[in-house]
Design a protein around this ligand. Structure first.
Ligand code: FNR
Length: 185
């Protein structure tokens, strides 16, 4: 049975490199998993006050995460950390208290930056939250995609080197998802 993966992209911009990487991963994914982007750009900034009567955007988002078997984060780094939109989505999904949508969903993190260190800071700050949210996160391979302005050819195709890497990454992630969601005795 195919496992459904909710993909969260940490950038809201139309031409986002990270979104393109997420779409490339969806194409490269083996048939055991299906990747779909869950949008986070319309989630109001989290406040317990507005959550007394949850906005429709919160409810829809929480239901989509709950319906997924696994989660995959593809994100840029903002000021050496997680973009606010992505952190907000984590916060929204974590509430109401005791009803987190995240718990137990196998995850993985991809970070990408046109800079030289591949969003390492965002990648690891994000992992800190994933520990608390009880998202078992794939450890290896890690994915810090540096010089990400150069990973697409003019045609829009990934360069061979990046494609090979992303293929091995998504194959390992599929194995991780299947292992983490295996039937328990
Ligand atoms: C950035 N950028 C950035 N890059 C980086 O490697 N480390 C950083 O700390 C930051 N900080 C940062 C803050 C803010 C507010 C913005 C808007 C950008 C640059 C960033 O990596 C670049 O814009 C990427 O292209 C963003 O990813 P998307 O939108 O292409 O997916």
């Amino acid at each position: 049975q195919v496992k459904h993966v909710a993909v969260l992209v940490g950038s809201l911009r139309k031409e986002s490199i990270n979104r393109k990487i997420a779409l490339a991963l969806a194409k490269l994914a083996p048939s055991s998993i299906k990747l779909d982007i869950v949008e986070i750009g319309d989630l109001p900034l989290y406040s317990e006050d507005i959550d007394v009567t949850p906005p429709a955007a919160y409810t829809t988002f929480r239901n989509r995460i709950k319906a997924a078997d696994a989660v995959l984060f593809v994100t840029p780094e903002y000021n050496r950390s997680v973009p606010a939109a992505l952190k907000n989505a984590l916060d929204v999904g974590s509430r109401p208290y005791g009803q987190s949508a995240w718990s137990g969903k196998p995850g993985a993190v991809v970070s990408a930056s046109p800079g030289a260190i591949g969003g390492f800071g965002a990648n690891h700050h994000l992992r800190q939250s994933l520990v608390f949210l009880n998202i078992p996160c794939m450890q290896q391979p890690e994915a810090y995609i540096s010089n990400a302005g150069a990973i697409f050819e003019e045609s829009g195709e990934l360069t061979e080197k990046t494609k090979t890497f992303l293929q091995s990454f998504v194959n390992a992630y599929a194995d991780w998802v299947l292992f983490q969601t295996r039937p328990q005795k």
